[in-house]
Design a protein around this ligand. Structure first.
Ligand code: ZN
Ligand code: ZN
Length: 153
C-alpha cells in the first residue's frame, strides 16, 4: 500500500496512543527501533502507546516526529484532540502580522515556512515558551504572557 500524506494525519478522534502505534506499525518499527530512532526511552514509548500518558515533552515530540516522518504539529493535533487545521491555521509572520487580524492565507498554507512578503520564518508557537498558538485573537501568549510579536533582537 502506498503511504500517502493523508494516512500520516491523525484521524478525527484518534488518541495519541493509537496514532503513534499506527504510524510505527506502518513503518515496520518495533517499539525498540522507534525508541532508538527517536532517541527517547522505550518506557516512554510504551507509556504513550499504552495510553498512560498524553503529555509528551518537546524533545520526545520532535524525536518522534522525525522518526515517524511527520511534522511535530501532527502530534500536537493528536495530543490536544484538536483538528489539525486549528493548529496549522495559526501560522503567521512575526514581522508583518498585526495582532487581532486574520493571518494571511499565504502564511497558513500547510507547506508555507517563510513569509511571502519579507522572508521571515513563520511562527505557530510562542517564541518564548514554545506552546502552540491556539488563537490569534490574543496579542499575548496565555501560557507565559509574552507578546506574540516579540522578537529577541
Ligand atoms: Zn513578513
Ligand atoms: Zn508563551
Amino acid at each position: 500500500m502506498v503511504v500517502t500524506e493523508e494516512n500520516l494525519l491523525p484521524k478525527g478522534d484518534e488518541a495519541l496512543a493509537d496514532y503513534i502505534r499506527r504510524l510505527r506499525i506502518k513503518q515496520n518499527f518495533t517499539q525498540k527501533e522507534l525508541s532508538l530512532k527517536a532517541q527517547i526511552h522505550i518506557q516512554t514509548i510504551r507509556k504513550i502507546e499504552g495510553g498512560q500518558t498524553s503529555r509528551v515533552n518537546q524533545k520526545a515530540k520532535s524525536g518522534l516526529a522525525s522518526a515517524l516522518g511527520i511534522p511535530a504539529e501532527y502530534l500536537d493535533a493528536a495530543t490536544k484532540k484538536v483538528p489539525l487545521e486549528t493548529i496549522t491555521t495559526f501560522k503567521f509572520c512575526p514581522k508583518c502580522w498585526t495582532a487581532g487580524t486574520t493571518p494571511d492565507q499565504m502564511w497558513t498554507d500547510l507547506r508555507s515556512k517563510y513569509c511571502f512578503a519579507c522572508g521571515t520564518a513563520l511562527r505557530n508557537r510562542c517564541i518564548s515558551c514554545d506552546e502552540p498558538i491556539m488563537s490569534l485573537k490574543f496579542k499575548f501568549c496565555p501560557y507565559c504572557g509574552v507578546n506574540y510579536k516579540f522578537s529577541p533582537n
